[in-house]
Design a protein around this ligand. Structure first.
Ligand SMILES: [Zn+2]
Ligand SMILES: [Zn+2]
Length: 265
């Protein structure tokens, strides 16, 4: 079982990341990918990956932070990605048009510019993309279609999938893998969404599914309310297996193989 997207590089794990990582491995998680959202958290993800054999890093600038990046960030990111073999992708990158309490919408034009520059960087370094999308599926698809020649095979994954079935179909047609998180265990629809996440799971072929936690966020039921951690990826995987009408062992084997193939782990 592999958690393909979490943030043990964030503050919330500063004091006990070693215990969190060890308990995840004891619980049956075999590999963990930590993801950066700006330069310093990307650096931290790379540092963590150096400390543990089965930790990997994805580096990039999240759409929330594109208005705070400093001059020269492209070179910094490129150096970071090139200097460690444990960097397995560029992310989390993408577009986010949702207005959060903690973060209003960052200038979409700037979001697009930084997203495109990172697609170009990933192409140059031959690394897959890990895409963050919230309420921006149409613009993300437009950008990907316009940069088709920049996409690898496979091109990457959409992390924490949301959107409707038509969007999912287009993303699958482009060859992307689909990441599901603990929020698939929640009932009802997230604000502004019209398609239940369980239906997205149903429609996605098993050979394209990867599982993730987005720790410390999106804790699955029945642990919701506490800090999320990589070992809870198993709860989400069990939930996905049930929706797909297969066994946990089958889903574990297939999603693990998918993650290894996508990120060459
Ligand atoms: Zn995200
Ligand atoms: Zn994330």
């Amino acid at each position: 079982m592999i958690d393909v997207h979490c943030h043990l590089n964030f503050h919330s794990f500063e004091k006990d990341y070693d215990a969190v990582i060890k308990s995840a491995f004891e619980a049956g998680v075999t590999k963990i990918i930590n993801v950066g959202t700006k330069i310093d958290s990307s650096e931290k993800a790379v540092e963590l990956a150096k400390e543990y054999e089965n930790l990997f890093a994805i580096v990039g600038i999240h759409p929330h932070h594109v208005d705070k990046i400093e001059k020269g960030w492209e070179d910094q990111l490129e150096r970071l990605a090139k200097n460690s073999k444990k960097v397995v992708g560029i992310g989390e990158i993408g577009l986010d048009y949702f207005s959060y309490k903690s973060n209003s919408i960052v200038d979409p034009k700037l979001q697009k510019e930084v997203f495109i520059k990172q697609i170009e960087l990933a192409h140059k370094l031959k690394l897959p993309l890990q895409i963050h999308n919230r309420h921006a599926g149409k613009d993300i698809l437009d950008i990907l279609m316009n940069h088709k020649s920049y996409l690898l095979n496979p091109p990457g994954m959409f992390h924490c999938m949301s959107g409707n079935l038509d969007f999912l179909k287009k993303v699958l047609d482009l060859g992307f893998y689909i990441g599901f998180d603990g929020n698939i265990t929640y009932g009802g629809l997230a604000p502004g969404e019209d398609t239940n996440l369980k239906d997205l799971v149903k429609y996605t072929p098993i050979d394209r599914i990867v599982v993730e936690t987005d720790s410390p966020f999106l804790t699955p039921i029945p642990r919701r309310g506490s800090r999320n951690k990589p070992q809870y990826v198993i709860i989400t995987a069990k939930f996905v297996a049930k929706i797909k009408g297969t066994t946990f062992q089958d889903l574990e084997a297939k999603t693990t193989a998918n993650a290894i193939k996508l990120f060459t782990l």
